[in-house]
Design a protein around this ligand. Sequence first.
Ligand SMILES: C[S@@+](CC[C@H](N)C(=O)[O-])C[C@H]1O[C@@H](n2cnc3c(N)ncnc32)[C@H](O)[C@@H]1O
Length: 344
Amino acid sequence: MKPGQLESVGVDAASRARLEQLLNGFWFSQTLSTAACLGLPDALVEDGWSSDAELARSLALNPDALRRLMRALATIGVFEEDLERPGWWRHTPDSRLLCSDAAGDLAARARALGELAWRPWGELKTSVQTGRPAFESVFGRSFFAQLQAEPAMAQTFARTMASFTQATARAVADHAPKLPAGHRVVDVGGSHGSMLAALMRANPGVEGVLFDRPEIIGQAKPELEDLSPQLEGGDFFESVPAGADVYLLSWILHDWDDAQCAVILDKCVQAMKPGGQIWVVEMVVGPGAPLPAAYFDLEMLIQTGGRERSLRAFERIFADAGLHLERSVELPLPQRLLIASRAD
Ligand SMILES: C[S@@+](CC[C@H](N)C(=O)[O-])C[C@H]1O[C@@H](n2cnc3c(N)ncnc32)[C@H](O)[C@@H]1O
């Protein structure tokens, strides 16, 4: 064999191995999600070993199937089996992260994957054929209507958002312009308030208003501890709280199509003080988009019918709402803070 041919065999083998690993990716997300949905990480004793027979009894699971699930998870570093005593398991650092009280709330993300994302992602092909969110055909209603009908799912989703946003909120607060005391900020669709809390901590004396659907606002208090923002429930397609200096839209516009974004932006423009601003925190896509932005774009296609947008697309929807993009602030994440104000 010539040297060039040998080299190409090596490249092919590496590409094949990489693709095989990617093709099997669903094994890992589904086993992790199943463990979290079954409450398995929480059921293991904190320190020491737990028997799978006892775990199966306490969680009402099939003992043989549970052992096989745990064995698979152990191969990826989640749970460890006692080599001397088959069927006895203990936590690893990774499995501890899937406990419902662990920092970062990956357990909620793993549960949301199983409860909300898995079945619509299974219909990606349909969404690519039709351009419509597969979520609606799988669940029989829109994403947010489903959350409204299923409070436990809404809670899991809100905790998932908090898990994403807690990781980014500090960076947003550090990179955003400083706000003077007495300025009023409305976190529009602010969920449990992770982003608002970071902004209020970084800008002492700022008045915060957390605005979301009533059933979400009802669950929001524990996230906000000592900050006491005003809590307001409502529908941003109807109106948003009036008279603020800043309307913050973090991961809101990506849920909606351009016409729906125009309505939300218009409600904010109508409500804001003269000289007020709209702050948008979103991922930005374009040629060479980073992995999470491109995949979140597909997630929006499948789940809500929204999309991640290019900077040009944001400029267009701002212009349609009578706004112009004043500043685009790069965050040390694949996200940007876009600051818009009235065009006139
Ligand atoms: C993707 S989450 C973003 C949450 C939060 N801003 C963050 O960055 O973590 C979208 C939020 O919009 C809220 N939402 C959806 N439809 C709404 C509506 N019509 N009126 C008010 N809030 C709404 C949802 O309840 C949810 O909290």
